[in-house]
Design a protein around this ligand. Structure first.
Ligand SMILES: [Fe+2]
Length: 293
């Protein structure tokens, strides 16, 4: 697959860091128009209390309104297991199309079973407005963008490349953070390694924007690096690290990791494009399957 890389387009990228989940949401603006996209939004949840609030999403809405922007796209790089998406709330307030990778169907099939969702839960991705295939292009105002299929962390992960900026989701962390786990259902360390190589085959000067940062070794939170920097310095896949090394390391490390705190609510909401499921009376309601994940 040859991707339509165009480094001459330099989108304005506005990061929003969510302290509760260490997620970075981006507003990505076309420099030649008022159009923008949001990548990987966050809905606030106090899971212990079963309470959902909208502070993170409202901050995005406030910025978009203040700057007079038009929202074309609400992009999900994948079905996140550590935070809920605010996509439908943002769409209701601002418009825009919700897009995710077409392999969302695989994720819906897997977790439709885990959560015993029954036949009313569609497993065809129809909850989303657009399902991206590898290499699919789309526009943000006058600025072309494309999706790159990068499975491994999950089966539906996509990296979105917008001009000279790539939004890597959970394929990569900052160089000193390495990479994300590959042990969720449908994840695969070898496949993740191959996907990371695809990202690293983009031009060295391509800006890379992370979905998460945990400030390893006590450093301040960071979210931006470049392909060149990751190639040289990434502690899991940088210079000299082989596929075999990576699979061995990743598999051993993943076996020691506990589940993300919000995996149970996140999957139920995010596999529905951010809609909270409802009970038979139409009330918002989440399930906790026992010993199933
Ligand atoms: Fe993730």
């Amino acid at each position: 697959m040859t991707y339509p890389v165009d480094l001459s387009r330099k989108p304005e990228v506005s990061p929003h860091f969510d302290e509760a989940t260490n997620t970075i949401t981006y507003i990505v603006k076309d420099p030649n128009s008022d159009h923008c996209a949001i990548v990987d939004s966050v809905l606030d949840i106090d899971y212990a209390a079963g309470r959902i609030t909208y502070d993170a999403a409202d901050a995005l809405i406030a910025e978009i309104k203040e700057r007079g922007l038009i929202l074309d796209w609400i992009i999900e790089t994948h079905v996140h297991a550590d935070h809920l998406s605010a996509a439908p709330y943002l769409q209701e307030k601002l418009g825009g199309k919700i897009g995710v990778g077409e392999k969302i169907m695989v994720v819906q099939e897997t977790f439709g079973k885990v959560f015993n969702e029954g036949t009313e839960f569609q497993r065809d991705g129809s909850q989303f407005d657009t399902l991206f295939k590898d290499g699919d292009t789309y526009m943000i105002g006058t600025m072309p963008a494309f999706a790159m299929f990068t499975p491994g962390h999950t089966p539906a992960c996509m990296v979105h490349v917008i001009g000279d900026a790539a939004f890597v989701g959970d394929t990569l962390f900052m160089p000193d953070g390495g990479s994300a786990r590959a042990d969720f259902p449908g994840g695969d360390a070898g496949v993740l390694y191959d996907s990371i190589q695809k990202v690293l085959s983009l031009p060295d000067e391509m800006r890379l924007f992370m979905c998460h940062d945990y400030g390893p070794n006590g450093r301040d939170i960071q979210w931006e690096t470049t392909v060149g920097d990751e190639k040289k310095h990434n502690i899991h896949v940088g210079e000299g690290k082989t596929r075999e090394d990576f699979i061995k390391f990743r598999t051993e490390r993943d076996a020691t990791l506990g589940m993300p705190k919000l995996i149970i609510p996140s999957l139920q909401v995010n596999m529905r494009a951010g809609e909270v499921p409802t009970d038979h009376d139409g009330n918002p309601m989440l399930k906790v399957p026992i010993n199933a994940i």
